[in-house]
Design a protein around this ligand. Sequence first.
Ligand SMILES: [Zn+2]
Length: 165
Amino acid sequence: MNPNLNSIPSEEYKPLDNQLSLDDLQSQNYISSNPVTPQPENKKGIKKYLPYVCLVCLICSLFGNINLYYSNTILKKQYEQARSTANINQYWYDVGQKHYMELLERKIELEKEYNFYHDNAVIVTENGSRYHRYGCSHTFGRTYWIYNIENAQYQGYTPCKDCWN
Ligand SMILES: [Zn+2]
């Protein structure tokens, strides 16, 4: 309220005939007792469309969440299938690994046996005077015996020049 108007005693203040008093202005809502600050037009526009913007955001969020839910469901199924396949593969890998270890042990045993016969066993043929290694061409198609080297040498056999050099 204007302090100048308040400072004038009411009996001294008499409006002119064509002049409205402060009470008249207030009663006719020309002056509001609670002044409202005027807002720019663009702020009013934002307030007007704000619910629609929120609704659009809500719908987008809803569809996004539904999409994520289905994607998650599909990924879960794929994960379960992959895990099942991995378990099967792991089982066959373990079986193969066990079989491989058994074969490796068998190979080591066979290598020992091979080395023993390779180092000690020789082949002598009927009517021959030489002793031979396995696979020598002089033993093909002939009657043969297998001796150890000491026995062959004791019986007078000498090493074959083709397979012992
Ligand atoms: Zn030979």
